[in-house]
Design a binder for this molecule. Structure first.
Ligand code: SF4
Ligand code: SF4
Length: 454
C-alpha cells in the first residue's frame, strides 16, 4: 500500500493536509476531468523541445499531483485505487522530485489548457502544488529569496524606499531636461490624483528608462497622476510560488495605497503576471473588492491617442517589429487586441508572429522562472519553438507588454542567435511622441524667465 514506507515524513503529511484546504471547485474540476486523450501534449513547449521524454507531457506532470488528490480526497481513489492511479508521498525525497517537476518542467503558461477539450487547467493545480511545497520549505533557492524580498521589503527586487524615491527623482531630472521644462514633475504620493501609476521593480532597478518614457507620455497627456512611495510594486510573486497569503498581502498593499492617496484609478505598467495578479487574482487573494478602476498602461496609452491627448508619429520608429503575447496577458486576461492596435499606431512595419494571441508560445520566463538558475539550461532548451517563431517573422525587433518576457526573450534570442532587439510599447510610444513644438515653446518660455530673473 505504501511501497514499504510505513512512516510518512512530517513534511509529506503537511503537504497532504494542506492540499485538503486548497482544493477549490476549479482545481477539483481540473483534477477530475482529464480523460488522458493526449491532445494537449504537443501544445507544451517543453514537449516540443524534448520529444523522447514523456515526463514533460502535461498529462504526465498533472498525474503526479492528481494521484495525491485521488488517494486522499476523491472517492474513486478509495474504490478503484489502481484504476485511477491513486498514490501518495511519504518522503522528503519524493517531495523534492515533485518540486523538480512543478517548478522546473512547467512555466504555468496555460497553453495546454486552451488545447484541452475537457478544459483541464494544469497551471491552476500546478500552482497549488508549488504552494504546498513552499509551505514546507521545499522550493528552489531563488524562489525562496524572491518571496522573502517581497514579504519583508515590499517588492520582488529588494529595492529600498530611499532608492525608489532616488530613482524617480533622477528620472524627473531627465524629464525636465528632455522637455526643457524645469517644472516637469514625476509626482510621488500626490493626493487625489486621477491615476496612481505602479510599476515592476525591474524598471526601478534595471530599466528606469521605462519610467521616464511613461513620465513623458503622462506629461504630454497633461495627466494628473502620481506614483506611490509604498505599494508601488504591482508584480506579485504569490502568483508564481503558489502562496495565496503572499499574493493577498502584496495585492492589499497596492490597493491600500491607492485608497490612502484617494486615487481614482490604478494603472499598471506593462507586466503580464503583474497585470493578472493585481487586476484579476489579487481581490480574491486579498479577500477584498476594489472600488476603483484598474487598468493596464497599454489601454491608458491607447486611450490617450484615441482621445487626442497625445500625438504620435510612427515614422519615428522605422524598422520591422513583431509582437509577443505574454501568457498571462493573452491567455489569462484576454489582453490581445489593444497592444496590437497601439503597436500599429506607433510603428511603420508590424508583422504578426504565428501562432499568436492565446495560442502564442511562452517566452520561458514564466512570471518568475528566471529566478531559478538551476533550471536555466532546461528553460533555454524549451525556448527552441519560441526562437523559431521569432526568426520566422523576419522582424528586427520583438515588442512585448511584459518585463519577464523581455528577459525571457532576451535570453532565447542570445542563446539561439536570433539577432533581434526586444522592447516594450511604452518605449515605442514615448519615442513616437510628437513633442518638438512643446519643447521649443518650453525652451523659449524658460529661457525668457531666466533672463528676466537674472
Ligand atoms: S489534460 Fe485534457 S487534453 Fe490533456 S490528456 Fe487530459 S483531457 Fe486530454
Ligand atoms: S502550462 Fe505550459 S509549460 Fe505547463 S504543461 Fe501546460 S503547456 Fe507545458
Amino acid at each position: 500500500m505504501n511501497n514499504g514506507k510505513d512512516v510518512r515524513s512530517y513534511k509529506a503529511q503537511k503537504v497532504i493536509d494542506r492540499m485538503g484546504q486548497k482544493l477549490s471547485r476549479q482545481i477539483v474540476g481540473s483534477l477530475t476531468a482529464c480523460v488522458h486523450c493526449g491532445m494537449c501534449t504537443d501544445s507544451c513547449h517543453y514537449v516540443l523541445a524534448n520529444p523522447g521524454d514523456p515526463t514533460y507531457a502535461p498529462a504526465y506532470k498533472a498525474d503526479l499531483i492528481r494521484k495525491l488528490f485521488k488517494h486522499h480526497y476523491d472517492w474513486t481513489g478509495k474504490v478503484f485505487p489502481k484504476w485511477v492511479k491513486a498514490g501518495s508521498v511519504y518522503t522528503d525525497q519524493e517531495l523534492e522530485e515533485l518540486k523538480d517537476t512543478v517548478f522546473g518542467k512547467c512555466t504555468n503558461c496555460r497553453r495546454c489548457t486552451i488545447n484541452c477539450p475537457m478544459g483541464v487547467d494544469l497551471a491552476t493545480f500546478n500552482r497549488m502544488a508549488r504552494g504546498l511545497l513552499c509551505h514546507v520549505g521545499i522550493m528552489p533557492e531563488g524562489v525562496e529569496y524572491v518571496a522573502k524580498e517581497q514579504w519583508e521589503i515590499g517588492n520582488q527586487m529588494g529595492v529600498l524606499k530611499e532608492d525608489f524615491i532616488g530613482t524617480i527623482e533622477w528620472q524627473e531630472e531627465e524629464l525636465q531636461e528632455e522637455m526643457q521644462d524645469p517644472t516637469a514633475k514625476i509626482p510621488i504620493d500626490k493626493m487625489n490624483a486621477d491615476i496612481v501609476y505602479t510599476v515592476n521593480p525591474r524598471e526601478v532597478k534595471h530599466d528606469p528608462r521605462s519610467i521616464l518614457d511613461a513620465a513623458k507620455i503622462f506629461y504630454m497627456a497633461g495627466e494628473n497622476y502620481t506614483m506611490p512611495s509604498e505599494g508601488w510594486d504591482m508584480t506579485n510573486f504569490g502568483l508564481f510560488n503558489g502562496d495565496d497569503d503572499l499574493g493577498g498581502a502584496v495585492a492589499a498593499r497596492v490597493y491600500d495605497n491607492v485608497r490612502e492617496l484617494k486615487g481614482k484609478k490604478l494603472v499598471m505598467s506593462e507586466c503580464g503576471h503583474g497585470y493578472r495578479s493585481t487586476r484579476c487574482e489579487g481581490p480574491n487573494w486579498a479577500k477584498q473588492d476594489i472600488e476603483f478602476e484598474a487598468e493596464s498602461s497599454v489601454i491608458t496609452m491607447l486611450r490617450y491617442i484615441k482621445e487626442g491627448k497625445i500625438k504620435v508619429d510612427k515614422t519615428k520608429n522605422p524598422g520591422s517589429y513583431t509582437f509577443h503575447d505574454s501568457c498571462n496577458n493573452a491567455r489569462s486576461c484576454g489582453l490581445t487586441e489593444e497592444p496590437r492596435e497601439l503597436l500599429s499606431l506607433v510603428v511603420e512595419d508590424f508583422r504578426e508572429m504565428y501562432p499568436n494571441r492565446a495560442e502564442n508560445y511562452c517566452c520561458t520566463g514564466g512570471g518568475g522562472a528566471m529566478s531559478m538558475s538551476e533550471y536555466k539550461s532546461r528553460r533555454l532548451k524549451s525556448g527552441k519553438v519560441k526562437a523559431e517563431q521569432l526568426s520566422a517573422t523576419g522582424a528586427k525587433v520583438v515588442v512585448t507588454s511584459c518585463h519577464n518576457c523581455v528577459d525571457g526573450l532576451t535570453d532565447i534570442i542570445g542563446h539561439y542567435n536570433v539577432g533581434m532587439g526586444v522592447t516594450q510599447l511604452v518605449n515605442l510610444v514615448a519615442n513616437a511622441l510628437v513633442v518638438d513644438d512643446r519643447i521649443s515653446e518650453n525652451a523659449m518660455k524658460y529661457a525668457g524667465e531666466e533672463a528676466v530673473t537674472a
